[in-house]
Design a protein. Structure first.
Lengths: 564, 198
């Protein structure tokens, strides 16, 4: 207390001056200003990094998590899922994602999104990391196309080919078989590409596969390159032995496509997205296929037993097409059956030979153009020209045992002229009956003629002739009887003695003659000489006749031998 | 002239006018009675504002990114607490949330509430109970410990995963320092004097 008292007491009378304590700006204020600057800068950066907010529709949100699932391109995070909601109609989920700012120009119509999950397919395991980290959304940004905010996610990951050198091609196949996304494409055993997409083509009722061939192998794909499915094991047993054709074990297990180009024909490189047929196996790929098919009608009046769809159409033994359909028609007007046969001809099988300035130019484009156009007036004229030259279709027996028929086209110079007609949009080619049928026809005619012979009448006339003959014989008999009874006695009694005397006289005369014409008589000698002369004359006459027979011109030109 | 009792030994002293930067000590036990700090209010206010900015950064930016193989986990300050909460550690989560997030924020807000009017020579309502509350909170602010925990975790986890510290870690570290500075720059003696002067 005393201290306090003394303190109070010791208060000085004069007031003490107020002490100034640091006025104005203090250096300490730099700290919050720096903090604010940094904070502001960071905030601005964070705000400016915020890119577009997009929505993606998926079928299911499996593996997706709001605030965690990333959107990645080439494994770089370019966005993050911020919200997942159910679609109004419950058909899927709508994922809202915040993208990085610099991705804005890639969010276009062509940009694709899909969910990446662990996947074991086509010989490789992908997305294994997603087993631990959870799925993420893959993205294939595209800078072309209009800007977009709402996307619909893909059900399957596309194979990323954007920016890779190479080309896409489309393959048509009847079935997908063991192929899948990522199935390899081989060229001479090297993996050069893969299946990047497939879908069902409604219009063609077939599977459309999209393959990507890496550079430089895409140059190996030419316009006539053949693709075939190398998935299976090709096992054939034939006369040459057992044949086993396989690709690598991987492609046996997982499927694959092989392509090859026959180098006998130089062809232009196939363009991006060209369409090819995918053959079932190597064998079928080597069979030539022809794109252009032309149809013609043939009408036959004869039987077509043995002719079936698929029977070949040949020209001079070379197949140029096949029979498509055989029908039977009943013409109500003429009340007769007729058989229209629809044939298909592949003009590409025929190579046109075009001569230009003395050089033979084989140009397949030209040939197919010439032969291909169906309704062209020019083609009509050209085929009419062929028909005028005798082009006819004929059914011929291909196999004697089975009686299989084929259609043969050939030229018959003596065929009746025919005019081309068009029926149901197709030209009608004139036909000729089969050679065997011609023989049959002729036999038929002969039989008919024989049938027309009236054998009964012949019989009647033979009968009357026999009757006449018998009366004739009876008359002859009576004649001989008359001779026997009347003439012979008369001869014996009167004629014979007279003959005896005559003979005696004749004997005398003959003796006289004998003296005159005896062996050593002059007459005899002369006669013999004449006879010799006569025979030589006849001989030379005969040789003359023979010469004239051989060379009648000798009459005018003389003997040829003399000339030479 | 004022009188002050030593808070260690209760000896009452008479303190003369003192110059800035000097401190008064107990004559019996030698403990500091109080010290006159230069520009105490300005300093506290400055540190507090800087602290609030850093706090904002620490809370809103990613804290840590942990990568191990394909697993990538990114956390922010608050999402870490949320994870704790989700994993059932409710007590722990609450404790961490209070000591490391809420109390430091409250402290800074109180400082701002009390010191800004003082600086502007305005009297804030309930300034005295508010400031008293601040004194109560002091032992509960443990962001230094939290920071220490994080550093230990980073060192330990570095072996099994790649740890990429985010912006928030830096901000949080700075906040620890700034907050310490702010609190140490408070001239309690002066404040009470000013608050009680009316």
């Amino acid at each position: 207390m005393s201290q306090e008292d003394s303190g109070v007491l010791s208060l000085p009378v004069t007031p003490e001056a107020r002490i100034q304590t640091g006025r104005g700006f203090s250096i300490i204020w730099v700290v919050p200003i720096i903090a604010l600057l940094i904070g502001g800068l960071l905030t601005y950066k964070a705000m400016s990094e915020k890119g577009p907010v997009i929505t993606i529709t998926f079928e299911s949100a499996e593996g997706l998590e709001a605030g965690k699932t990333a959107i990645k391109y080439k494994d770089l995070e370019i966005g993050k899922v911020s919200k997942i909601e159910l679609k109004d109609d419950l058909s899927g989920v709508v994922v809202t994602a915040e993208m990085r700012r610099d991705t804005e120009r890639y969010m276009t119509d062509k940009t694709e999104f899909w969910v990446v999950r662990a996947r074991v397919a086509a010989g490789e395991v992908s997305g294994l990391g997603t087993l631990f980290s959870g799925a993420y959304i893959g993205c294939n940004p595209a800078s072309e196309g209009g800007p977009r905010q709402a996307f619909s996610g893909l059900d399957k990951p596309p194979v990323l080919t954007a920016g890779l050198p190479g080309s896409h091609f489309i393959l048509q196949s009847a079935s997908l078989g063991s192929l899948d996304l990522g199935s390899p494409v081989y060229y001479r055993g090297i993996k050069v590409g893969q299946v990047v997409d497939y879908n069902f083509d409604k219009t063609a009722d077939s599977i459309q596969l999209k393959v990507f061939i890496n550079a430089p192998f895409h140059e190996k794909v030419r316009q006539h390159t053949r693709f075939w499915n190398a998935s299976g094991v090709d096992f054939t047993v034939d006369a040459t032995g057992v044949k086993l054709n396989t690709q690598s074990l991987v492609s046996i297990l997982l499927g694959g496509i092989t392509f090859d180009t026959q180098h006998d024909r130089p062809m232009a490189q196939a363009e991006e997205n060209s369409t090819f047929q995918l053959f079932e196996n190597y064998q079928s790929s080597t069979e030539k296929s022809y794109a252009i098919k032309r149809y013609y009608w043939l009408y036959f009046n004869q039987t077509v037993r043995g002719l079936s769809a698929g029977a070949p159409v040949e020209i001079k033994g070379i197949k140029i097409g096949e029979v498509v359909n055989v029908e039977l028609q009943f013409d109500l007007r003429t009340e007769d059956f007729r058989i229209p046969v629809l044939i298909m001809i592949e003009p590409e099988r025929i190579k046109a030979l075009i001569t230009k300035a003395g050089n033979v130019v084989k140009n397949e484009e030209v040939s197919s153009r010439i032969l291909a156009s169906q309704q062209d007036d020019q083609t009509h004229k050209r085929i009419q020209l062929l028909v005028d030259k005798g082009l006819r279709a004929q059914l011929k027996t291909g196999n004697l045992l089975t009686g299989q028929l084929y259609v043969d086209l050939d030229f018959y110079r003596d065929a009746m002229p025919e005019k081309l007609a068009i029926e149901n949009g197709y030209l009608v080619l004139p036909t000729m009956p089969t050679p065997i049928m011609q023989v049959v026809d002729r036999l038929d005619h002969l039989l008919k003629a024989i049938e027309q012979i009236q054998f009964d009448k012949i019989g009647q006339s033979v009968e009357t002739a026999v009757k006449d003959l018998s009366t004739l014989l009876v008359e002859l008999k009576s004649l001989f009887n008359k001779i026997n009874s009347e003439t012979i006695p008369q001869i014996n009694n009167e004629t014979l003695p007279k003959i005896n005397t005559s003979l005696d006289e004749l004997k005398k005369t003959l003796a006289g003659i004998d003296q005159m014409l005896g062996a050593d008589s002059a007459l005899n000698y002369n006669t013999r000489k004449i006879t010799d002369e006569f025979s030589t004359a006849i001989r030379s006459l005969r040789s003359l006749i023979e010469l004239l027979e051989r060379n009648p011109q000798a009459l005018l030109l003389g003997k040829e031998g003399e000339k030479k | 002239m004022q009188q002050i009792a030593c808070h260690e030994c209760d000896l009452v002293h008479t303190v003369p006018k003192m110059a800035v930067g000097t401190s008064a000590r107990c004559v019996r036990c030698g403990s500091v009675l109080f010290s006159i700090k230069a520009q105490s209010i300005d300093r506290t206010l400055a540190w507090t504002i800087a602290g609030l900015v850093l706090y904002g950064v620490a809370v809103s930016f990613p804290f840590l990114t942990m990568k191990s193989g394909a697993i990538m986990q990114q956390t922010a300050l608050l999402s870490g607490m949320q994870q704790l909460f989700l994993q059932g550690e409710i007590v722990l989560a609450t404790l961490v949330l209070l000591t490391c997030v809420l109390i430091p924020l409250l402290q800074m807000l109180i400082l701002l509430y009390v010191f800004l009017p003082l600086k502007l020579n305005i009297r804030a309502i309930y300034a005295i109970p508010t400031f008293r509350l601040f004194q109560h909170f002091r032992p509960w602010s443990m962001i230094e410990i939290y920071m220490l925990g994080i550093l230990v975790a980073i060192v330990k986890l570095a072996k099994i995963a790649t740890i990429v510290p985010g912006l928030a870690v830096g901000a949080f570290g700075l906040l620890v320092i700034v907050l310490t500075c702010a609190i140490s720059s408070i001239d309690t003696h002066l404040i009470w004097q000013r608050l009680g002067s009316d």
